[in-house]
Design a protein around this ligand. Structure first.
Ligand code: SAM
Length: 299
């Protein structure tokens, strides 16, 4: 799988940048983990705010994003690691760090990944439907669609996409695979979902976005990663008085973060209601519209 050239300029605009920096309450000499580094937009500003005094540990499952971020986030105090944020224990053990002061998660995918036709994240691409953040492991979406049963696919669409036509879409996909013509590209999947659910062939059915979201969550085990991190990793690795800031882009993840911060023996929840982008940010960066930011302090 060819990687996007890291020299290509990033198209990702960091979401709720001021809110993220404020809620992280950055001062010099902190040890900060950016668990979803992406193109490094947030981390670059975090380092600036710390006057480059402190340590930044950047993680991403996607090596091509780390390559991109390395162009703007670098220096002696920076270390970048290709892994899931759920594997933070391993990284901190390797660095001989017991606990950190701040953790940021900006979940989901970067606009750079969305714009890369080889990855299959976007609706209009003809590249292979992959959608894995780490393309070296696991099943791609194309493989899942070829080998998944009606039950498995239907459950994915209804659980991770909250899609009402889950069963009908799953049946159509399996019927197509059985005929030896399984779905390979994003535009073929869009066409199939439109045929099953669309009001007309010309209008994109709202089910398309739900189906794509569901498949991305499934092939990356996104909810399991977040669950493991919130329950078993973060409480041990964030020092008392340290802060975690999490930005989510769909209700399934937001609910998990909200639930985790409800545990008042572990967390001082600092956002009863999540922060959301201002109307002007949404106008300038429409992809920010579904962002919800929550943060909490470790007791
Ligand atoms: C929204 S982007 C982050 C953008 C970044 N904050 C910026 O301003 O450039 C999310 C990134 O998280 C990565 N990612 C998704 N799930 C991950 C996981 N479980 N562990 C580590 N990285 C993950 C994706 O590959 C993507 O690069």
């Amino acid at each position: 799988m060819p990687r996007p050239s890291p020299s290509r300029r990033t198209v990702h605009v960091p979401v709720m940048l001021h809110e993220v920096l404020n809620s992280l309450a950055i001062i010099p000499n902190l040890t900060i983990v950016d668990g979803t580094l992406g193109a490094g937009g947030h981390s670059q500003q975090i380092l600036k705010t710390m006057n480059n005094q402190g340590q930044l540990i950047g993680l991403d499952r996607d090596q091509s994003m780390l390559d991109r971020a390395a162009q703007v986030v670098s220096g002696e105090s920076v270390s970048l690691h290709q892994c899931s944020y759920a594997q933070l224990n391993d990284v901190l053990d390797e660095l001989k760090i017991e606990q950190v002061d701040r953790v940021l998660l900006d979940l989901g995918l970067s606009s750079d990944q969305l714009a890369d036709p080889q990855r299959g994240f976007g609706f209009d691409t003809k590249g292979t439907l992959d959608m894995r953040f780490d393309t070296t492991t696991g099943r791609s979406v194309a493989e899942l669609l070829r080998s998944g049963s009606v039950d498995e696919l239907s459950q994915i669409f209804s659980e991770y996409g909250e899609e009402k036509a889950a069963a009908r879409i799953a049946e159509a996909i399996v019927k197509r695979s059985r005929s030896g013509n399984s779905i390979q590209t994003a535009d073929q999947l869009v066409e199939l979902v439109n045929e099953v659910t669309g009001p007309s062939k010309k209008t994109k059915s709202p089910s398309v976005a739900r189906v794509f979201q569901a498949l991305r969550i499934a092939v990356n085990s996104e909810l399991d990663q977040l669950d493991t991190f919130l329950k078993s990793v973060l409480p041990n690795r964030l020092r008392s008085g340290g802060r975690v800031v999490v930005m989510t882009f769909h209700s399934l993840e937001d609910r998990m973060v909200k639930e985790a911060f409800r545990d008042s023996t572990t967390w001082n929840n600092l956002t009863r209601k999540p922060l959301t982008p201002t109307p002007s940010e949404i106008r300038m960066n429409p992809r920010s519209r579904s962002a919800k930011l929550r943060f909490a302090e470790r007791n």
